[in-house]
Design a protein around this ligand. Structure first.
Ligand code: AHR
Length: 317
């Protein structure tokens, strides 16, 4: 706690939170720049909608940039926001590394940065105000723990990874691998499907050329879109997803929870994309010079055959 308070004070000091001259002080609408990752998945579409809708609701002027899955696009978007003197910048970083210099530029310009959805790795914690999003390590561990329980700790796993270098791909892989390390569950192959449905299908098709029925037992997809693509490939190959092969994934799309009800996916761990309210709460506090927690994690649920039917109608994305 002491460390968090110290970090906040350090950050506030570094940013020079003198509110004179800011939109808040002048009673004008806040101007926020949002450097979004891209539009790779249904999760991302829901995330963008939540950020846009909530900004409109709060009278925040949102400058939105779609990074199209490329860090270089996100870096130029952030530089543009700095040049436009926005009141705050929100980044959902496509990959974890390479953010130090642009965050320093924002700090020099006294523009606070809120990191949302995916974490960054930087040497200096005072380069951004706070992180708001899901705990990807917990997600990976929850999926692994569910599998250990269901299989008695035995099975050969094909892993569909997210975007290389991204926090969710790194964390969902490492936490999952750690959690199964001492069990008889083994990852026998692993390929990136870039969090995209088409790529998930293609990677699964390639796996199915390499591995026949009986060579593997489980498909672990880092997101629902890739799982839904993989299911299609499994069905096209004449196998029954959810029965011949266990399918587990992360996000909690309504479509994926419905696939549990239909018996095609076995377990989904939620990763809530509806970030608008929590992100702008943080933005408004930071801009007003109020303290915010260094890290705020969403509370995410797990869906399987025991609760999917009751949950499906309430899914908002
Ligand atoms: O960063 C969150 C991940 O990115 C979601 O799991 C995935 O669907 C998205 O593309």
């Amino acid at each position: 706690m002491k460390r968090i308070t110290a970090l906040f004070l350090l950050y506030s000091f570094a940013m020079g939170f003198a509110l004179t001259g800011t939109a808040v002080a002048a009673g004008q609408p806040l101007i926020v720049g949002f450097a979004q990752t891209g539009a790779e998945s249904a999760w991302r579409t829901a995330n963008t909608k939540s950020m846009k809708d909530e900004a409109a609701k709060r009278g925040i002027t949102l400058k939105f940039s779609d990074g199209q899955g490329k860090q270089e696009n996100q870096l130029s978007a952030v530089k543009n926001f700095i040049a436009q003197h926005v009141d705050a910048i929100v980044i959902a970083p496509v990959v974890e590394t390479g953010w130090g210099p642009v965050l320093k530029e924002a700090r020099d310009a006294k523009i606070p940065v809120i990191i949302s959805d995916r974490t960054v790795k930087v040497d200096d914690d005072s380069l951004y105000a706070c992180f708001v999003g899901s705990d990807f390590k917990t997600e990976g561990k929850l999926v692994a723990d569910w599998l250990v329980k269901q299989t008695g700790g035995k099975g050969r796993i094909l892993e569909l990874q997210g975007t290389p270098g991204s926090a969710p791909a790194n964390d969902r892989h490492s936490a999952f691998a750690n959690a199964i390390a001492t069990t008889g569950l083994k990852i026998i192959d692993s390929q990136s499907g870039d969090f995209r449905r088409d790529n998930g299908k293609q990677v699964m098709e390639a796996f199915l050329k390499k591995y026949k029925k009986g060579d593997f037992d489980i498909v672990y997809a880092h997101n629902d879109d890739m799982a839904l693509g993989a299911i299609q490939a499994i069905e096209d190959a004449g196998l029954k997803p959810g029965k011949d092969v266990l399918v587990v994934s992360i996000d909690g799309l309504k479509e994926a929870v419905q696939a549990i009800v239909d018996g095609k996916i076995n377990c989904v761990v939620e990763c809530n994309p509806l970030a608008g309210p929590v992100v702008y709460d943080a933005v408004q506090k930071v801009v007003a010079g109020q303290p915010v927690p260094r890290i705020s994690y969403n509370k995410d649920e797990l869906f399987d055959a025991t609760n999917a039917k009751a949950a499906v109608s309430t899914r908002q994305y």
